[in-house]
Design a protein around this ligand. Structure first.
Ligand SMILES: NC(=O)c1ccc[n+]([C@@H]2O[C@H](COP(=O)([O-])OP(=O)(O)OC[C@H]3O[C@@H](n4cnc5c(N)ncnc54)[C@H](O)[C@@H]3O)[C@@H](O)[C@H]2O)c1
Length: 406
């Protein structure tokens, strides 16, 4: 076991007060930080980015400054990651990191099936909890984490990054300003081609192999339906029922060691949802589709007064007053350019959009330090797991399923 702790005096006390500035230093245990999400989104684009920009400003004379300790299995990888980013705190010993009262938040971006055990330990150690989705592999375990956190009185949150993407923020603003009139239906298309490494002449697959093994917590239904749950609940209306068809379209892939393995998890999901306010939602998720649309995720919203197509960063709208009048006639060349008469929603905020993960980290850190309201908690995370569980049940039983309140 290797444990390195910061020798920088400025990092040793929780709150440092100088004559000008009060600094709330927050030790954050980052477990699974050598993975794709851990390194890129959470360490580089969120925590390091906050640190580099001077912390989070609370007032003229007080800031929050996060201080990560990197946790993982592989000492060499951790040391390399730490040194690349000028960090000194890293360890392969989670229990040691949990014992240290300087660390007040436990963050987890490990593979999904390792999450529950580690989060339980962290709650037991009295740490505030902020974790990747899905928060567990079953609804009952997810609810158990929520109950444990509540009992222990620690603060808790789940990553719900899609809500903070520029495209989705623009959409939420359109809904607030009643652009759509009555929203009738929503069509989500998510996905792209993930190379299998076999039939494509050895192109390296761009997702980890555990995603394609159900026994390791993989599967696109488990992975994506928890995202669609919070998007639909928060943006359109509470999800009330689901019908889902899963599929494993590609049965063999190449793993990180170049070895062929059998795919045991679903790699595509074709789902329908209804909402409490009567909106019909259909949503495809696929790692086996090639993209000829505006973005890797597009959401088309059709309302009585207007429609929108939302991508990760952009949003295009068409008002009823400029809606063309197509007439079905396959015998003639099409006279209409269907992409005309759509307007790109401008960046009205007059500032560059912050990374969605960073936005949410800032919210959670403010919640921990100043008790600002924070609603993306473990109960919300459990709802995502519930939708995935019921999606799989719907597929296996070939039927619609109502979603009970949690
Ligand atoms: N919010 C999002 O948009 C989003 C996107 C992708 C993934 N995720 C979630 O993030 C989590 C990580 O996904 P990823 O794509 O970064 O995966 P990854 O395989 O790149 O990383 C997984 C991490 O877990 C660690 N790990 C794996 N097996 C372990 C073991 N036996 N013991 C200890 N550590 C182990 C790895 O070392 C690595 O640090 C998953 O739960 C996934 O659902 C979220």
């Amino acid at each position: 076991m290797a444990t390195e702790q910061s020798n920088s005096a400025s990092l040793l006390s929780h709150n440092v007060e100088t004559s000008q500035l009060k600094v709330h230093r927050i030790g954050i245990i980052m477990n699974g930080v050598t993975g794709r999400m851990g390194t890129n989104q959470h360490l580089i684009h969120s925590i390091l980015s906050i640190m580099k920009s001077g912390g989070i400003t609370l007032s003229d004379d007080s800031i929050i400054m996060p201080d990560p300790i990197l946790v993982g299995r592989n000492h060499i990888k951790l040391a390399a990651l730490a040194s690349t980013h000028g960090l000194t705190r890293y360890t392969t010993d989670l229990d040691e990191a949990l014992k240290d009262s300087y660390n007040v938040i436990y963050f987890d971006a490990q593979t999904t099936n390792r999450r529950v055990e580690a989060v339980k330990k962290a709650i037991e150690a009295g740490k505030h909890i902020y974790i990747e989705k899905p928060i567990a592999t079953t609804t009952s375990e997810a609810l158990q984490l929520y109950e444990l956190a509540k009992e222990k009185g620690v603060k808790h949150g789940v990553v719900q990054d899609k809500l903070f993407l520029p495209g989705l923020l623009k959409l939420q603003r359109l809904i607030k300003s009643d652009f759509f009139g009555s929203i009738l239906s929503v069509r989500g298309e998510f996905g792209y081609w993930v190379f299998d490494g076999i039939n494509d002449g050895g192109i390296i697959p761009q997702r980890p192999s555990w995603n394609y093994r159900i026994e390791e917590g993989g599967g696109i239904i488990a992975d994506m339906l928890c995202h669609w749950r919070y998007v639909i609940d928060n943006v359109f209306g509470q999800v009330t029922s689901i019908s889902c068809l899963g599929a494993t379209h590609i049965s063999e892939r190449i793993d990180e060691q170049g070895k062929k393995y059998e795919v045991t998890a679903d790699d595509a999901a074709y789902a329908h949802f209804t909402t409490k306010n009567g909106i019909v939602v259909s949503w495809n998720s696929s790692w086996t589709t090639r993209v000829r649309r505006d973005d890797l995720l597009t959401i088309q919203v059709d309302g009585t007064k207007g429609s929108a197509v939302v991508g990760l960063r952009e949003c295009w709208v068409q008002h009823e007053s400029v809606t063309p009048r197509p007439i079905w006639n396959p015998d003639n060349d099409n006279p209409l350019d269907y992409k005309e008469n759509w307007t790109k929603v401008p960046d009205q905020n007059a500032r560059s959009w912050d990374n969605a993960f960073r936005v949410q980290w800032e919210m959670f850190l403010r919640y921990v330090v100043t008790n600002e309201p924070y609603k993306n908690d473990l109960l919300e995370g459990a709802k995502g797991v519930q939708l995935a569980d019921l999606g799989i049940k719907s597929w296996k039983e070939r039927r619609w399923i109502d979603i009970p309140d949690l």
